[in-house]
Ligand binder design. Structure first.
Ligand code: NAD
Length: 703
C-alpha cells in the first residue's frame, strides 16, 4: 500500500490497482482528497503492471459531495473538474465502486470513471437544484450522455437521489452487487480486463443524444410539464438549459457556458435563500442552554387522544415512520369516523400511486383504535388533539398522568391555548410539552415544539426528536398567544382585511403574493380552511374584521359552502371572482366611511409582509423563537412561503431593514389604532446599525 497523502492511498493486487479515499465522516471532496486522487491516478497510470483501476472509499460512504467548508472560498487547484478530467483521461479503465450516498460532486466523480458499480443500499443523485444550482462539475453534461437527456432532466429536476436498483435501470450504474465495495469493484475490473469490455469515457458516449438532436420537441415538452409548478424559480430553468446544451454543444463548450450560468445562480438571491434554509434546518435541531446530560427518550409506541382531523393525520405520521400508534376517542362512532378518514386518505394515496397497497396495509396495521384511555398506558408519548377547550384538555391531562408509565411524554396539539395553564393540572409538568402540528398533519412539514415553563430538557428533546423521526421539521417555540407562526400570520390577516376595506378585491390581494411566487394567496387559503375558524376566534377576542365578518354572516364560509371571498363551482376548488362578495366589500367600505382607491401591487406586498416581519422581530426580542432562521423554517414548512424566497426574516435582510422600518413608520402613522405597526425595538436597532437578522443571529451564536 502506498500513502499518496493523508487522505488517499493506493495498492496493487495482480493487474488491478486500487485508489482508496479515507476522509471521514463522508469523504467530502476537499482539496487534500482532490490532490491525492490526481497523484494516485498518475502513479497507477505509470505502472505497466496495472490494467484497470478500482476507485472506492473507506468508511460509511463513497464521496458524498463537495466539501461544504470550502463554500464561498476561492477555488484551489486541482478543482473537481480537474479530478474528473484526470479520471476521464486515465489510460487504464477506472471502475467507481459506490456505497453509501454519491451525491452531487460524488456522482460527478463517478461519471468521470469509465464504469460504475454499486452495492444495493447505495444512493446516487445530482440534488444541486435544492440549493438553487445545477451540478457544476459536468453532471448535467455527462448524465444526459450516459442515460439520455429526458431521463437526466427528470432526475435533476426531481432533486431526489435514486437507489442502486433504479440507478441500474436508468443506466447510471453498470452493475449492482452485494459485498464490500473493493471486492465488487475488483470483480467488475476483472471482467473488464478478461472480456476486453471497451472503456468509452462518458463524455464520448453521445450516440443516444444524436436521436434527440434533430428533434428536441420531446425534451421541450417534458421540460414544460416538469416545471409547470415552478413559476418564478430560476434553478429549474437553468437545469433545463444546461441539459439542453448537452445536445447542442460539445462538452467543453457547454461546460464553459455552465460555469458562467452556475456562478450567476450562486450569486443570486434564490440560491442564497435555499442555502440559507439548508443550514437553517441543521441549526434548528440544536437547542442552546440544555445540560449535556439531557437526552431524548426512546419512543416505540405512541397514543393520540382525539380521532378528529388532526388526530388522524398525526397517527398517519407515526405509522409512516413505522411506530405503533393507538388513537383514542370518546365514542366508537367518533373513532370509526376518524379511522375511516385515515383509511380514505391512504386509499387516495394508493390510487395516485404515491404509496403501494402493501405500504397502506403495513401502515394501517400499526394504527389501532380504542375508546378507553387505558389503551394509552404503555405509550412512550401521548399527544392530545381534542377540541380546543381548556377545561376538556385539563381534565384529559390530569387523568392521563395517572394512567401512563413514569417518563411518558405528555403533549398537547393546542393551536392557541396557554400551555402553562394546561400543564398547571399536572403533578409532573416536567414531562409536558406542546406539539403544534399543522393541517393536514400528515402532509405539512412543520412542528412547533412549544415549551412550557416546567418542560424538562428531556421532554423538549424527545418532542424535537419525535418530530424528526416522523418526517417533520421541528422548531423550538416559546409560549405565547399564537406561538411563532399564528402570531405572525395574524398581522398579515389584519392587513389583508384593511386592503379590502380601502379599495382592493380578494383576487388583487392574493395576486400580490402569488406574483411573488407564493403558491396561494392568504384569502384563497382562508377560503380553503373555512372562514368560520377565524370568525369565532375574533368573536372570542372582540377584534372584529368588518368585511370578513360580513362574509361569514352572509352564510359564505369558504370552499365548503361554495362561496367565501371567492365563488366555487361544485366539486372544483378553483377560486372565481365573486360579484356578490365584491358588492358586500364595497358596501362595507361605504358603511365605514372609507373612500375606496386603487392600491398598487408593491404597496400591497409591503403591507402584507412587513407587519408580519415586524412581529417576527418582536418574537426574537422576546425569545419566543431561538433564531431568525427558525422563524424562516416555520413559514417555509407551515405557511407556504416558497423555499426559493427563503422565509420572512431572510426576505427582510434581502429587502434591507431600514426600508422596512421606514414603511412601518408610515403605516403606523396612518393607522394609530394599531400600535403593533410601530417598528419593533430589535428591527429599529439593527436598521440603525446597518445590520441584518443573519448577522445578529451569528453574533449571538458566537457570544
Ligand atoms: P376535530 O373537531 O376535528 O377533532 C376533535 C376530536 O376530539 C373529535 O373526534 C372528538 O370526538 C374528540 N374528542 C373530544 N373530546 C374528547 C375527549 N375528552 N377524549 C377523547 N377525544 C375527544 O378537531 P381538530 O381540528 O382535529 O383539532 C384538534 C386540536 O388540534 C385542537 O386543539 C386544535 O386547536 C388543534 N389544531 C387544529 C388545527 C386545524 O387546522 N384543524 C391545526 C393545528 C392544531
Amino acid at each position: 500500500m502506498t500513502q499518496i497523502n493523508e487522505k488517499i492511498s493506493t495498492r496493487i493486487e495482480g493487474d488491478i490497482g486500487f485508489i482508496i479515499s479515507d476522509n471521514p465522516p463522508v469523504n467530502a471532496l476537499g482539496i487534500a482528497v482532490r490532490q491525492g486522487l490526481v497523484g494516485a491516478l498518475e502513479e497507477l497510470d505509470a505502472d505497466p503492471a496495472v490494467k484497470a483501476i478500482v476507485l472506492y472509499c473507506a468508511g460509511r460512504t463513497f464521496f458524498a459531495g463537495a466539501d461544504i467548508t470550502e463554500f464561498g472560498k476561492p477555488r484551489q487547484s486541482p478543482t473537481l473538474q480537474d479530478v474528473i478530467a484526470a479520471l476521464e483521461n486515465s489510460t487504464k479503465p477506472v471502475v467507481a465502486a459506490i456505497h453509501g450516498t454519491a451525491l452531487g460532486g460524488g456522482l460527478e466523480t463517478a461519471l468521470g470513471c469509465a464504469f460504475r458499480v454499486a452495492i444495493p443500499s447505495a444512493k446516487v443523485g445530482l440534488p444541486e437544484i435544492n440549493l438553487g444550482l445545477f451540478a457544476g462539475g459536468g453532471g448535467t453534461q455527462r448524465l444526459p450522455r450516459l442515460i439520455g437527456p429526458e431521463k437526466a432532466l427528470e432526475h435533476v429536476l426531481s432533486g431526489k437521489p435514486v437507489g442502486a436498483k433504479q440507478a441500474l435501470e436508468l443506466g447510471i450504474v453498470d452493475a449492482v452487487e452485494d459485498g464490500d465495495p473493493a471486492v465488487i469493484g475488483a470483480a467488475f475490473a476483472r471482467r473488464v480486463i478478461d472480456e476486453k469490455i471497451p472503456a468509452v469515457p462518458v463524455r464520448d458516449r453521445d450516440e443516444k443524444l444524436a436521436e434527440t438532436r434533430a428533434d428536441p420537441s420531446d425534451f421541450d415538452a417534458l421540460a414544460k410539464k416538469l416545471t409547470a409548478r415552478s413559476k418564478g424559480q430560476l434553478a429549474p430553468q437553468a437545469n433545463i438549459d444546461s441539459i439542453r446544451r448537452s445536445f447542442t454543444m460539445g462538452l467543453d463548450e457547454a461546460m464553459a457556458v455552465d460555469a458562467v450560468a452556475n456562478r450567476e445562480l450562486m450569486a443570486g438571491s434564490q440560491s442564497r435563500a435555499l442555502r440559507h434554509l439548508f443550514f437553517a434546518e441543521r441549526e434548528a435541531a440544536r437547542i442552546p442552554g440544555l445540560p449535556e446530560t439531557a437526552k431524548a427518550r426512546p419512543v416505540k409506541k405512541a397514543a393520540i387522544i382525539g380521532a378528529g382531523t388532526m388526530g388522524g393525520g398525526i397517527a398517519m405520521c407515526f405509522a409512516g415512520a413505522g411506530i405503533a400508534v393507538t388513537v383514542i376517542d370518546t365514542t366508537q362512532d367518533a373513532l370509526d369516523r376518524g379511522l375511516d378518514r385515515v383509511r380514505g386518505n391512504y386509499a387516495t394515496s394508493v390510487k395516485r400511486g404515491s404509496i403501494a397497497q402493501a405500504q397502506m396495509d403495513e401502515r394501517l396495521a400499526l394504527i389501532t383504535g380504542a375508546t378507553d384511555r387505558a389503551a394509552a398506558a404503555d405509550a412512550d408519548i401521548v399527544i392530545e388533539a381534542v377540541f380546543e377547550d381548556m377545561d376538556v384538555k385539563k381534565e384529559i391531562f390530569s387523568d392521563l398522568e395517572k394512567r401512563v408509565k413514569p417518563g411518558t411524554i405528555l403533549a398537547s396539539n393546542t393551536s392557541a391555548l396557554d400551555v402553562d395553564e394546561i400543564a398547571s393540572v399536572l403533578e409532573r409538568p416536567e414531562d409536558f410539552v406542546g406539539m403544534h402540528f399543522f393541517s393536514p398533519a400528515n402532509v405539512m412539514k412543520l412542528l412547533e415544539v412549544v415549551v412550557a415553563k416546567h418542560s424538562s430538557p428531556d421532554a423538549i428533546l424527545t418532542a424535537m426528536a419525535v418530530g424528526k423521526a416522523i418526517g417533520k421539521v421541528s422548531v423550538w417555540s416559546g409560549n405565547c398567544d399564537g406561538f411563532i407562526g399564528n402570531r405572525m400570520v395574524a398581522k398579515r390577516s389584519a392587513q389583508a382585511e384593511r386592503l379590502l376595506q380601502q379599495g382592493a378585491f380578494p383576487q388583487q390581494v392574493d395576486a400580490a403574493l402569488t406574483n411573488l411566487g407564493f403558491p396561494m394567496g392568504p384569502l384563497t387559503t382562508n377560503d380553503m380552511s373555512g372562514l368560520d375558524i377565524g370568525y369565532s376566534i375574533r368573536k372570542r377576542r372582540g377584534t372584529p374584521f368588518p368585511i370578513a365578518d360580513a362574509i361569514v354572516e352572509s352564510g359564505r364560509l369558504g370552499q365548503k359552502t361554495g362561496a367565501g371571498y371567492y365563488r366555487y363551482e361544485p366539486g372544483d376548488r378553483t377560486p372565481h371572482p365573486n360579484p356578490e362578495t365584491e358588492a358586500l366589500i364595497i358596501a362595507t367600505s361605504e358603511k365605514m366611511g372609507i373612500a375606496r382607491r386603487d392600491i398598487a401591487e408593491e404597496e400591497m406586498v409591503q403591507r402584507l409582509l412587513f407587519p408580519l416581519i415586524n412581529e417576527g422581530a418582536r418574537i426574537l426580542e422576546e425569545g419566543i423563537a431561538l433564531r431568525a432562521s427558525d422563524v424562516d423554517l416555520v413559514w417555509i414548512n407551515g405557511y407556504g412561503w416558497p423555499r426559493h424566497l427563503g422565509g420572512p426574516m431572510f426576505h427582510a435582510d434581502e429587502t434591507g431593514l431600514a426600508k422596512i422600518v421606514a414603511k412601518l413608520r408610515e403605516m403606523a402613522a396612518e393607522t394609530p389604532d394599531d400600535p403593533s405597526l410601530q417598528p419593533a425595538a430589535l428591527l429599529t436597532e439593527l436598521a440603525e446599525k446597518g445590520q441584518s437578522f443573519a448577522e445578529w443571529q451569528k453574533s449571538r451564536a458566537a457570544a
